[in-house]
Design a protein around this ligand. Structure first.
Ligand SMILES: [Zn+2]
Ligand SMILES: [Zn+2]
Length: 262
């Protein structure tokens, strides 16, 4: 039996729909061993409608830490955050990640300049898709190099609206795998892409073996915004990882990484 973990949850503290307790119930029903919360946070703040207000961070951390104590005998609850990687916001990012006893930090690129790549297809229309891919992958590699993040979130989110590049992008995936390996960050196989226009996981399954060959640690995350999506499609995700050559997955506690068998 696999030691099940799911480290990517969004609750009412950001754009999730339920209180953290509801996700814990779902995790217990599924028999997961660890459940991690990772509400969205933009280091520069501002009211984006989908990120946590910085003023709520102490309440969020306090809430999750209380649940961690309450459930310690049956479920390992983990305190995380999903932070936007924004070039120029390094100081603020550092301040935030050192302000609470996080178990891990997910680093995600949602923004290219002032625009988000995931909220709608408009971002892509009339643009050079090859260039967007190249710039996006460069940003994710840059994020990995900062040392702020333990897990790179949905590393090829730019696929979400199915605008396909014409160039051979296998080199971009090789570059990404090398960058994650060099900077010793893990990435997530994010199953939530299946619920998006993409209808598949991130990153692209055909390149998973590049990450395996480079020994990049991986975890499987649902990016759940509802309790019903906790652990969604995990059987298929584990299978894909095994086929790609993975025999271990990463788990996190106190920002330290440990490996468990897959
Ligand atoms: Zn995200
Ligand atoms: Zn997320």
């Amino acid at each position: 039996m696999i030691y099940g973990t799911d480290y990517h949850m969004h609750t009412v503290y950001s754009d999730g729909k339920y209180e953290p307790e509801a996700y814990i119930e779902a995790a217990l029903r599924l028999g997961l061993k660890e459940l991690g919360f990772s509400d969205h946070l933009n280091p520069l703040g501002g009211d984006t409608g989908w990120c946590m207000d910085h003023k709520r961070l102490p309440d969020y951390a306090g809430h999750i830490l209380r649940l961690k104590r309450e459930h310690k005998d049956r479920l390992a609850v983990r305190l995380g955050l999903e932070i936007d990687y924004l070039p120029g916001a390094e100081k603020k990012t550092e301040e935030i990640i050192s302000s609470f006893p996080f178990d891990y930090i997910i680093g995600s690129v949602h923004y290219m300049g002032d625009e988000t790549v995931d909220l709608g297809p408009e971002f892509y229309i009339g643009k050079d898709i090859d260039q967007i891919y190249e710039n996006y992958f460069n940003l994710v590699c840059e994020a990995a190099s900062t040392g702020f993040f333990d897990i790179m979130g949905h590393p090829d989110l730019v696929r979400i609206h199915r605008f396909h590049p014409e160039a051979d992008i296998s080199l971009l995936y090789s570059m990404m795998a090398s960058s994650f390996a060099i900077h010793e960050v893990a990435f997530e196989l994010n199953t939530n892409g299946r619920n998006k226009p993409l209808h598949d996981f991130y990153p692209d399954r055909q390149y998973l073996q590049l990450f395996a060959q480079q020994g990049v640690p991986v975890c499987v995350n649902s990016d759940a915004h509802f309790p019903e999506r906790v652990g969604q499609y995990f059987g298929e995700a584990y299978e894909l990882l095994r086929k790609a050559g993975y025999r271990e997955m990463a788990v996190f506690a106190g920002r330290e990484r440990f490996m468990i068998p897959l």
